[in-house]
Design a protein around this ligand. Structure first.
Ligand code: ADP
Ligand code: MG
Length: 250
């Protein structure tokens, strides 16, 4: 049997006494590309943050297994080192930390955790430069403070750069296509295809069919009211575009 990369079973999450995720189950195998589409406020970002280990959320019941291990015992750092990467819907800005230092620290922390060699700034520049060229990010961005004054699209590209450097096994993209122009979105998808798809699984949250065209997902899930209402392949999109989410709200 192929090992499941991620296995979420009957997950229930409450925040401020409000049920946000309700008996959510989802399995992702290696190399699969899953897309989640759903109305605003249905709990999609909550799911991604719970997977990344955001401290605000407590699990009321249910289980999350990653590579066969109970994920909930891992800290956010351990999850990152084990290959889980979340590209945030709203990337953080940090003053006083250059993008270059941030990226190198993130890279070296993972190297350290995996007992691999850490790199000095010059070596890191050699790793990062081709990836930046690939994404069409100018080198000026390396020496600016992390995400400070970056446009929405620039922040998203920077998230993708971080992701390419960390080579995650499970990539979670929360609305990476919001606020990104069409050329940037194509670049992002192409970089993902060139660098990640061979060895990674993707969980992509989106409102726009465009990204489905570029990434060709293996699974499409309609997410409503804290759970997956319907799962299928790309053919679900037709019904969704014709009748909207209400058609799935049975
Ligand atoms: P989506 O990403 O699908 O738009 P979210 O996961 O961001 O939805 O939010 C799900 C629900 O949880 C929404 O009703 C939202 O208002 C609520 N929510 C999210 N964060 C908080 C918070 N910090 N405090 C209270 N409610 C929250
Ligand atoms: Mg969201």
């Amino acid at each position: 049997m192929i090992q499941k990369l991620l296995d979420i079973k009957n997950l229930n999450i409450t925040l401020d006494q409000k049920k946000i995720l309700k008996n959510l189950s989802l399995s992702i195998q290696e190399k699969e590309i899953h897309v989640i589409m759903g109305p605003n406020g249905s709990g999609k970002s909550t799911l991604s943050k719970v997977l990344a280990g955001h401290p605000s959320y407590t699990i009321n019941s249910g289980e999350i297994f990653y590579q066969g291990t109970n994920l909930t015992t891992f800290s956010p750092e351990e999850r990152a080192h084990q290959g889980i990467f979340l590209a945030f819907q709203y990337p953080l800005e940090i003053s006083g930390l250059t993008n270059f230092d941030f990226l190198r620290i993130a890279y070296n922390e993972k190297q350290k955790a995996l007992k691999q060699k850490e790199v000095n700034p010059l070596e890191f520049l050699e790793i990062i430069k081709p990836l930046m060229d690939n994404l069409k990010i100018s080198s000026e961005f390396l020496y600016r403070n992390l995400n400070e004054g970056f446009s929405g699209g620039e922040k998203k590209k920077n998230e993708i750069l971080q992701m390419l450097i960390l080579k995650p096994k499970l990539v979670i993209l929360d609305e990476i296509d919001s606020g990104v122009d069409i050329d940037a979105l194509k670049k992002i998808c192409q970089s993902i295809k060139d660098n990640l798809i061979e060895n990674s699984s993707l969980l992509v949250i989106t409102h726009y069919p465009q990204i489905l065209e570029y990434l060709k997902p293996t699974h499409l899930h309609i997410f409503m009211n804290g759970k997956i209402q319907k799962s299928g392949d790309l053919s679900l999109l037709e019904a969704l575009e014709k009748n909207g989410y209400e058609a799935f709200n049975l």
